[in-house]
Unconditional design. Structure first.
Length: 85
């Protein structure tokens, strides 16, 4: 699957930003990490450098990175969180 377009990334940023206030505090922090990845176009290496492995922030940041890069089978975080609300 090809890397996401700038428009797709902006749409995901908007969706996550809208969902964030509806989530529990811990999930909001994890979404914030994903937003950092999308807004700053962080690489996988930057995710490993910036976030502590094993935390929700790390997991969401890595998921956002993989989704943006078009890794097959990787679903957008906004869709995952929408299912939880």
């Amino acid at each position: 699957m090809p890397k996401k377009t700038d428009e797709q990334v902006q749409t995901e940023i908007g969706a996550l930003t809208q969902l964030q206030p509806q989530l529990p505090q811990r999930a909001r922090q994890a979404v914030d990490a994903a937003l950092q990845v999308l807004r700053e176009n962080l690489s996988n290496d930057a995710v490993y450098d910036r976030f502590e492995e094993g935390t929700e922030e790390f997991e969401d940041a890595l998921t956002a990175c993989m989704w943006r890069d078009g890794v097959p089978g990787c679903q957008a975080l906004s869709a995952q969180y929408r299912d939880l609300i």
